[in-house]
Design a protein around this ligand. Structure first.
Ligand code: DC
Length: 231
């Protein structure tokens, strides 16, 4: 019998590198990586394309009944998110979507639909999912919960460097303000705010490189898998 699989929840602030760590863990453990933020972004794209008024709940609910969000894999094994069978991986990363997604993620009807899908994806274990409410709402029983954080300065600097490398014309102040705004909306919303419970392991990577961060998280994962195999 192989090792039992666990679910790993990675929550935390925007631009902390949650996706990078989640992907690395999933690859090392041969688990499935799921970017839950991509699902909120795909729903946002759908609502924007159809000009749905976010304050009109019946209209939002009606629109949601036409939304199918899933993940598929390309020939080289890289996963991408689909919206009604269309690959929207690039479009959901646009500034237009990024500036609306926090508002959409506040809507309980949106959360109910996506949480249900996410729970189905993790029902058989072997999933590493990153987001804001994964260890609190989606998988409250996840065997390993990691809360990632880093100072706003460090996060803004990393994001700034990334965007400049892509050729985007942005200022450091703009990035820093946008991060602070998203942190505040994600943490203060009424429905499933970003929050941490006592069963999370905190990973502050302000002064840590990717290798050190991966080594620490992998040690926690090994520990959680070993603890789980005793039963
Ligand atoms: O991780 P990200 O930046 O792609 O997330 C996009 C937005 O979706 C962000 O504003 C927070 C929200 N989100 C959420 O509310 N719950 C999740 N599980 C994942 C993302």
């Amino acid at each position: 019998m192989g090792q039992p699989k666990i679910n790993i929840a990675i929550d935390g602030y925007s631009s902390c590198g949650k996706g990078t760590l989640a992907k690395a863990l999933a690859t090392a453990l041969n688990y499935v990586f799921i970017d839950s933020g991509a699902m909120y972004r795909a729903v946002t794209l759908f609502l924007m394309r159809h000009g749905v008024d976010l304050d009109d709940l019946p209209q939002v609910e009606q629109a949601l009944s036409h939304v199918q969000v899933a993940f598929e894999m390309d020939d080289s094994g890289v996963s991408f998110v689909t919206l009604n069978d269309e690959n929207v991986e690039n479009e959901i990363r646009s500034i237009a979507v990024a500036s609306k997604v926090s508002e959409v993620a506040k809507i309980q009807a949106v959360r109910d639909k996506l949480v249900y899908l996410q729970q189905q994806m993790g029902a058989k274990k072997g999933v590493v999912m990153d987001g804001r409410d994964i260890g609190t709402v989606v998988f409250p029983d996840a065997e390993l919960k990691i809360f990632m954080t880093a100072s706003v300065e460090v996060r803004a600097q990393r994001r700034f460097a990334e965007l400049v490398a892509k050729g985007d014309v942005v200022t450091f102040e703009e990035i820093s303000e946008n991060l602070k705004h998203r942190d505040s909306v994600d943490s203060s919303r009424e429905n499933s705010p970003l929050t941490m419970t006592a069963d999370y392991r905190v990973l502050d990577n302000s002064d840590m490189d990717r290798d050190a961060q991966f080594a620490l998280a992998m040690a926690w994962a090994d520990e959680a898998i070993a603890a789980n195999s005793q039963f």
